[in-house]
Design a protein around this ligand. Structure first.
Ligand code: NAD
Length: 520
């Protein structure tokens, strides 16, 4: 394959194999970009059905004024359902979107190799199978590459360009450019279990499931707190949307592919839902019931506590950085009516407020009872990391936990202080790292390991998580904001609490501690 032969243009024909949800979407965007597209499916009539359905969708878009009639007509006229793979003889790239099983994919590519011309690229849209394994048995494994689109293809901008061990750099770069020409945002990835998004996202689900398993919070509380941190959906409602069967099987495949590394262990909470047929939205019930869900609305409607601060002799703001400044500003505002002002202790190693000897601290990962035991202070409350900007959209829910040794008056006061600081306090069990902090730290940790292992770059991970799963920021942007040492401390506290391999700090993150100043 010479480099010059690899420059693809809109005149080059594309064959999409598999006319299901993904294949139809890929055919649409290739045709919209001007390519003649052949569409093949093993089930007779499936390709023609997919084309007819797309025609309907485009007609609706025209009716809504979102697409011109001529663009719709041009797009649909470029898609030709075909009854055999022989159409592959005339194309520059074949994109496979068939069933997610290794053997059928291997067989298909071996058949295609006998038909395509010598410069054609073979791409697979697999979401979990090793590209290296699919290429095994090909005469030219260097021309096989992963082109992992996200669902729905026309709307999701990310494409993971996945290189197996034998994929040529030229082929990966050509597919990268093709994805750009199709108005997507491609990111290079090395073929490892879960690639980028499906790997780094594991803790988003796993930490919520771990908290549910120990009955630390309800699904509605978890979702509300995670949404308040800027995520579009909480982990429980998202798993309900994806389907617990699908989510569980991705987790299982990442777990197995990593030789049962404890970090990726699936959850018995989710297994029970799957075994019980409670698959989420599609089955009418998962964590919530559908269509109506009283449990969630009840939480949404929860009235914030009254934010009256009745007692405050001395208030000291501990720690430095933007988070300590934010607390100092809030404490100044809260104490003003009593003609009091907080003092500051910027050299403290913890961030939070000392209120008449009681401690209200930003979580460093340790449960409140551990902080109480190590300091000898009975009245301790720890609160979660407030990720979203202050006042972004009214008071945001924030998880907090109170030490067992705390007096009942402190339990009420801690909540009042958080409410006065413009949060809706959500009491949860005294679990290490609460909700948002532990999730975020484990996401960063997983991303750090992916970078360490050469799966992607830090920029690639950020782009992938923002575009592939709509995270409000990328893991390395969070790392920048919160600082490596704070993130490592939370993971170490989790490890201390649970023991085992699950909460082990990425070596990449340990090294980052050496060179990064503390963040928030
Ligand atoms: P789907 O079940 O909607 O469609 C698969 C199509 O492939 C079916 O129409 C089926 O008849 C056809 N098919 C099966 N075996 C075939 C063969 N040997 N030759 C030709 N056609 C064959 O599946 P989907 O959701 O579109 O997924 C397709 C691929 O895309 C899978 O590898 C999947 O992992 C991947 N993927 C799916 C998603 C998603 O959210 N659905 C996201 C990213 C990637």
């Amino acid at each position: 394959m010479s480099e010059s032969s690899l420059r693809m243009s809109a005149q080059d024909a594309v064959l999409v194999v598999g006319a299901g949800i993904m294949g139809a979407g890929i055919a649409q965007i290739a045709a919209q970009a001007g390519h003649p597209v052949f569409l093949f499916d093993a089930r007779p009539g499936a390709a023609a059905e997919a084309r007819a359905k797309l025609d309907e969708t485009l007609t609706k878009l025209v009716a809504k004024g979102k697409l011109s009639a001529s663009a719709a007509q041009d797009t649909i006229s470029r898609i030709e359902p075909v009854a055999s793979l022989n159409a592959a003889a005339n194309v520059s790239i074949v994109i496979e979107a068939i069933v997610e099983k290794l053997e059928p994919k291997r067989t298909l590519f071996q058949e295609l190799e006998a038909i395509v011309n010598e410069n054609a690229i073979l791409a697979t849209n697999t979401s979990s199978i090793s590209v290296t394994a699919i290429a095994n048995g090909l005469r030219h494994p260097e021309r096989l590459v992963g082109m992992h689109f996200f669902n729905p293809v026309p709307l999701m901008r990310l494409v993971e360009v996945v290189s197996g061990l034998q994929t040529s750099a030229q082929v990966a770069s050509e597919v990268y450019e093709l994805a750009r020409a199709w108005r997507k945002v491609p990111v290079h990835a090395r073929s490892t279990p879960g690639f980028i998004v499906n790997r780094i996202a594991r803790p988003f689900y796993a930490e919520a499931l771990a908290l549910l398993q120990e009955a630390a919070a309800t699904p509605a509380e978890l979702d509300a707190c995670v949404r308040a941190a800027g995520f579009r959906m909480g982990p429980c409602e998202l798993m309900d949307l994806i389907g617990h069967d699908t989510n569980f099987s991705v987790t299982q495949s990442v777990f197995e592919a990593n030789f049962f590394d404890k970090r990726y262990v699936p959850s018995i909470v989710q297994r029970e839902l799957v075994d019980g047929g409670l698959l989420g939205r599609k089955s009418g019930r998962g964590f919530y019931t559908y269509p109506a869900s009283d449990d969630k609305t009840a939480d949404e409607a929860a009235t914030p506590r009254a934010a009256t601060i009745t007692r405050a002799g001395s208030v000291v703001v501990h720690g430095s950085g933007p988070m300590a400044d934010r607390l100092a500003a809030a404490a100044t505002r809260i104490l003003a009516p009593q003609q009091l002002a907080p003092t500051r202790q910027p050299s403290s190693t913890w961030i939070g407020l000392d209120i008449d000897g009681a401690r209200l601290a930003l979580t460093d990962g340790r449960p409140a009872f551990v902080v109480a035991a190590s300091t000898g202070i009975d009245d301790v409350a720890v609160f979660d990391w407030p990720l979203a900007a202050e006042g972004a959209s009214g008071p945001a829910r924030l998880a907090y936990a109170v030490s067992l040794s705390a007096r009942p008056t402190w339990q009420a006061e801690a909540a009042s202080w958080l409410a006065a600081m413009n949060f809706v306090p959500v009491p949860v069990a005294d679990a290490p790292g609460l909700i948002v902090a532990r999730t975020l730290c484990m996401l960063v940790n997983e991303a750090a390991d992916a970078v360490q292992q050469g799966v992607c770059t830090t920029d690639g991970a950020d782009v992938a998580m923002k575009l592939g799963v709509n995270y409000p920021a990328g893991p390395f942007e969070w790392l920048e904001a919160w600082g490596a040492s704070r993130i490592v401390a939370v993971i170490q506290a989790l490890d201390e609490a649970y023991r085992g391999e699950r909460y082990r700090v990425s070596p990449w993150l340990r090294r980052a501690c050496q060179k990064m100043p503390p963040g928030a």
